[in-house]
Design a protein around this ligand. Structure first.
Ligand SMILES: O=C(O)C(=O)CO
Length: 339
């Protein structure tokens, strides 16, 4: 999408490039890069309305740019220039971007699928094992100078032979299944669409109904995107259908679980332990999770590795490059497949 008036195309950088510096430098060779001065949403809206970003055809955005711009919604899009045609999000989950509002403005959105799969599933397995083994209890006691603590943490459980229920069988869910198989777990899953028979066979994954998944899982792993249909997909009535002593693992988005309901289920002993990487109101965490030693907490570090963060940036930049040069995206979000 090179400019027709002979000027170089303009792109907007929302957030920072931390790793893929040479890929980003190559964008500088084909486009002028604009960066906002604002540090709050109100200031950003004003800056955009003043025409500071006029002519931009595409924006690259990071998860952390939310701290400045807030959600990419109708209000924000209304302030951005009408020339904007593409938003290239760095991340697999794109719940910070209102895709419907983007469609109403004729803007196409991309994310970074597959780049995150290994690292996110790795942290999922870490949380699964850590929660099964009550590691958070022992680790906190040790740091407090009390060795294993008194009383010692309850004995944990082995993953071998346990049922891992995977809710959401996209790239991360499938990766998690593959890794959990190596620990001898039995894989059940629920997903809007069933996997191809060959893939099911390869993962030894049994497709079950949603309620069956809740009722039969020893460990329930949340691996689905957050959207209006999945917000609080696990709440009080779903916890009530689970096995007593179930372990919950969430590396997806905090709000797929009703956090207050999770705290109640932990307090009542219905949920024996949980391993969490994501929270409803990041960076604020429900006090009932912080104070519960049976919850293994990680501060949204699912993709926090040099290799994966680099891969994600490179992927998002490749979308931006394609948007500038070809007027299309490498990985448009599923809702816009036909746009
Ligand atoms: O890719 C994502 O959506 C993430 O949350 C990265 O941790």
């Amino acid at each position: 999408m090179s400019s027709t008036d002979g000027k170089r195309p303009r792109v907007l950088l929302l957030g920072a490039i931390e790793h893929a510096h040479s890929a980003w430098a190559s964008i500088g060779e084909i486009a002028d890069i604009l960066t906002p001065k604002s540090t709050s949403r109100a200031a950003f809206l004003e800056e955009a309305a003043s025409g500071a970003f006029d002519g931009c055809v595409a924006a690259y955005r990071t998860f952390d740019s939310f701290d400045v711009t807030g959600k990419v919604d109708g209000e924000l899009l209304g302030a951005l220039p009408r020339s904007l045609r593409f938003i290239c999000h760095n991340g697999a989950g794109y719940d910070q971007v209102d895709v419907q509002a983007c469609m109403a403005h004729g803007i196409r959105v991309s994310n970074t699928p597959t780049a995150v799969d290994d690292a996110t599933a790795d942290i999922g397995i870490f949380l699964l094992l850590g929660a099964l083994r009550n590691l958070a209890v022992g680790m906190a006691a040790l740091r407090a100078g009390k060795w294993r603590g008194s009383p010692a943490p309850p004995l944990g459980h082995d993953p071998q032979g346990k049922v891992l229920g995977i809710l959401g069988m996209g790239g991360i869910g499938r990766n998690m299944a593959k890794k959990a198989l190596a620990f001898g777990m039995k894989i059940r899953y629920y997903n809007r669409t069933r996997l191809e028979p060959g893939v099911e066979e390869e993962l030894a994954a049994e497709y079950v109904g949603f309620d069956e998944l809740l009722a039969e899982s020893d460990v329930l792993s949340l691996n689905l995107p957050l959207n209006k249909d999945t917000r609080h997909i696990i709440s009080r009535q779903e916890f009530a259908k689970m096995k007593k002593g179930v372990v919950i693992v969430n590396t997806a988005r905090g709000a797929v679980i009703d956090e207050a309901a999770l705290v109640e289920a932990l307090d009542s002993g219905l949920v024996s332990s949980a391993g969490l990487d994501v929270y409803e109101q990041e960076p604020n965490i429900h006090p009932g999770l912080i104070s519960n030693p049976r919850v293994l907490l990680v501060p949204h570090m699912g993709t926090w590795t040099v290799e994966t963060e680099t891969k994600m940036e490179e992927w998002a930049i490749s979308n931006l490059r394609m948007a500038i040069e070809q007027g299309r995206l490498r990985s448009i979000v599923p809702e816009q497949q036909n746009m």
